[in-house]
Design a protein around this ligand. Structure first.
Ligand SMILES: [Zn+2]
Length: 239
């Protein structure tokens, strides 16, 4: 599968996924229809599927316009209100793009019905606003306990799995990470790499489980209380 970021709003990435063999194209979390349709059109791809990780408008706002324009089928979490949804996804369900098979896992915390899509054979996971490079999503609906468990489930994925998250938050996350773990050399080194990349406007996503296990304080937290403290600190942290 070929995976292309479509930047939208200030810091969202909408992910276009194309399978050459079947000619199918999916888009993950299309908050903005026009940006997605323009990029797909430029590449000669026609969108056949829309996959949502959660209901937030910056992830679903383009659903209906893309469906009207392309006839794409919409799959999204069963537990949330998803515009135009055709298929309700829950834990263990399968999604397919041509011959590529993904599994749904439920990762509540950022929202209560949030899901992630895991393509084990491709080594690719779409994690929405649950895990970010060096950070994690805010707890808008769920509890720290739920989010901690959700992150721990992601941490159990193979270390070389590529994680596609929905925002470019890496620089501010890296600054907080160093504040949380001032003696962690891997974090300090990654912060300087990220500063360089962002200085040149270069994307820092996807990340990998291996990188996150070394440099993401939220994934490295050893219990719920530690996680809850970190999340609370981050909410008021100004880098
Ligand atoms: Zn969100």
């Amino acid at each position: 599968m070929e995976i292309v970021p479509v930047p939208a709003f200030t810091d969202n990435y909408l992910w276009l996924i194309h399978d050459d063999l079947s000619g199918e194209t999916a888009v993950v979390d299309p908050g903005d229809a026009s940006a997605v349709l323009a990029e797909a059109g430029k590449r000669g791809w026609s969108i056949t599927q829309i996959w949502n990780t959660h209901w937030h408008p910056d992830h679903t706002g383009g659903n209906i316009a893309i469906k009207v324009a392309t006839g794409a089928k919409i799959s999204g979490p069963a537990g949330e209100n998803i515009p135009g949804r055709d298929t309700a996804l829950k834990e263990g369900d399968e999604i397919r793009l041509g011959g590529h098979v993904g599994r749904v896992i439920e990762v509540p915390g950022h929202t209560l019905g949030h899901i992630a899509l895991i393509f084990h054979e491709d080594g690719v996971a779409f994690v929405g606003d649950t895990l970010f490079a060096m950070g994690c999503g805010r707890l808008f609906e769920g509890t720290p306990k739920q989010m901690y468990r959700s992150l721990q489930r992601l941490a159990e994925l193979p270390e070389d799995m590529n994680l596609y998250c929905a925002h470019e938050y890496t620089l501010s996350n890296a600054r907080f990470a160093l504040h949380a773990e001032p003696d962690n050399r891997s974090i300090a080194e990654r912060l300087s790499r990220v500063e360089q990349l962002r200085g040149q406007g270069i994307i820092t996503v996807p990340t990998t489980i291996a990188q996150e296990l070394e440099t993401n304080p939220f994934l490295r937290a050893t219990n719920e209380d530690e996680f809850a403290r970190l999340r609370k600190d981050k909410d008021s942290f100004r880098s």
